[in-house]
Design a protein around this ligand. Structure first.
Ligand SMILES: [Zn+2]
Length: 504
């Protein structure tokens, strides 16, 4: 007899509908899974058998064939255990076909018969082609977020059989538990002094300009970077769904019961591999840090310590807003639109700015500076040197403006850009700059002097103009970009040669 059960598998951050066909026939006892299963799928045979025995169900000693359709697509992960088990029960005559009509199933089976959550419940629930979806109770919250099929929760295989045959009840969905206490985002009021650092953060948030902070240890680079997500507007409904899908596919939770609403903050360590940064790795192709940061901030602390291969891998997502990961059978595109914040010391010992205190040899300084390729350095619209905060500020300085006040200005500036039909100022093309950021005579002659003196490149000119547009928006200025906006933008884009002297 044949049973057909609806389910889904995960490929990247997308759910794909899967039809699980189970055939039980005469012949020597065997159990075969076909239809491009990965290793975890093939092993479901052993988990299903053990779960049957632990749950007091009869495991058919007949010839069992499981086909995962469509057969041309690779299926990954253990989430197909549950539909395979249900199909086997129907095909073996232990459950009537009517009991599972219109139902889809996703879940991993434990050897003890328990039903366990798998990564990617948000995208997979949206892909299942069924009126109702049975999932592990711990994943019922995520499965219900997408407005797909009606969700039913189970804790174990025996309970599932009882509920499907009308002898028992469905389990209560587990309450969504945040993965730790939901901490409020850190507030900018805690940063004392640091006028230029705070200002750079505000401009970065308002125009979505990538930001490089350069300064010695203790200058507060990390403290500033962690306060950037708080300045960004809440995620739009589309961004919230996308961020939730990505986090779900990575097997990560988030605070609160619904979709993610706040921009994420990711800070991979400089020891991170290229795979963990851009994604891939398993047959299911997990999203990497650049995708987990999508819609929010990717913070690379000690950027000079990252291997060149890892930094090079950032170039495609920075240019295209997506990252493509190739495997033998498929190329997957992951969303990767993030605001990049880099932090680094000016030299290996960290004291590079302060005359007389740097202990590095010129060769060591040059090697360190060359780690950052010119094209990557060029991506930063904002390059800001930071010093350690003054003792006076630390002891007696009054608290700075709180996040809420700065975030309100950021939102207004973003609304001004949106009114021109521009998503963010950092994406303005050269033509759009001429149209939306015309220069006053004074602003033009200031830029001309910089260009003639060789202090600004052609590419740098566009970047300065985009930042100047953001500065003007923050100031509530009109359509013309004035000389003070350009001067402020130039202050926030310090020449590479002056912050990393060895890369002149
Ligand atoms: Zn040094």
């Amino acid at each position: 007899m044949i049973a057909t059960i609806a389910s889904a598998s995960l490929l990247g951050v997308e759910g794909r509908p899967v039809c699980v066909e189970v055939h039980v026939g005469n012949g020597l006892p065997s159990f075969t899974v076909v239809g491009l299963p990965d290793a975890a799928c093939r092993e479901s045979r052993d988990r299903v058998r053990a779960a049957f025995l632990s749950s007091g169900l009869r495991f058919p000693s007949r010839r069992v064939t499981v086909n995962l359709a469509p057969s041309g697509e690779r299926k990954g992960g253990p989430g197909l255990d549950l539909p395979i088990a249900v199909g086997l029960l129907v095909a073996d005559g232990q459950l009537p076909p009517a009991a599972v009509a219109g139902c889809g199933f996703i879940g991993e089976l434990g050897l003890d018969g328990s039903v366990r959550p798998v990564p990617g419940m948000v995208p997979m629930a949206a892909a299942v082609q069924a009126a109702a979806l049975v999932v592990p109770s711990a994943a019922a919250g995520q499965a219900g977020l997408v407005g797909g099929p009606a969700v039913r929760a189970v804790d174990d295989l025996a309970g599932l059989v009882a509920a499907l045959s009308g002898r028992g009840r469905w389990a209560a969905p587990a309450r969504a538990r945040p993965p730790g206490p939901a901490r409020p985002e850190p507030d900018l009021a805690e940063v004392k002094g640091q006028r230029i650092g705070r200002w750079a953060l505000e401009v970065a948030a308002a125009g979505a300009h990538h930001l490089l902070l350069i300064g010695p240890p203790g200058a507060g680079k990390t403290m500033l970077a962690r306060r950037l997500p708080g300045l960004l507007p809440a995620l739009s409904p589309a961004e919230a769904l996308e961020a939730s899908r990505i986090h779900s596919a990575a097997g990560l939770g988030w605070p609160g019961g619904g979709l993610m609403t706040r921009p994420p903050f990711r800070a991979p360590h400089h020891g991170a591999s290229v795979t963990s940064l851009v994604g891939g790795g398993t047959a299911a192709m997990r999203p990497g840090e650049v995708s987990l940061a999508s819609g929010g901030v990717l913070f690379l602390d000690e950027m000079g310590e990252f291997p060149a291969s890892v930094l090079d891998a950032l170039r495609q997502p920075l240019e295209e807003g997506i990252v493509r990961v190739c495997r033998a059978r498929a190329t997957i595109a992951f969303p990767a639109r993030f605001l990049l914040v880099g932090a680094m010391n000016p030299c290996p010992c960290g004291e590079g700015y302060l005359p007389g205190s740097c202990r590095c040899s010129p060769a060591a300084r040059a090697r360190y500076a060359r780690r950052l390729s010119g094209p990557l350095l060029d991506r930063f619209d904002l390059r800001v040197p930071l010093g350690r905060p003054a003792v006076e500020d630390l002891l007696r300085g009054s608290p700075g403006e709180p996040t809420s006040v700065v975030a309100a200005r950021v939102l207004q500036a973003r609304e001004r850009a949106a009114a021109r039909g521009v998503k963010v100022n950092s994406s303005l093309s050269a033509g759009e700059l001429d149209r939306w950021a015309p220069l006053s005579t004074g602003a033009e002659s200031l830029l001309e002097r910089r260009l003639r003196a060789g202090l600004l490149s052609a590419r740098g000119l566009h970047r300065v103009r985009r930042v100047a547009r953001t500065v003007a928006d923050l100031a509530g200025a009109g359509e013309v970009v004035e000389v003070e906006h350009v001067a402020a933008a130039l202050e926030l884009r310090v020449g590479v040669s002056s912050i990393l002297p060895a890369v002149a």
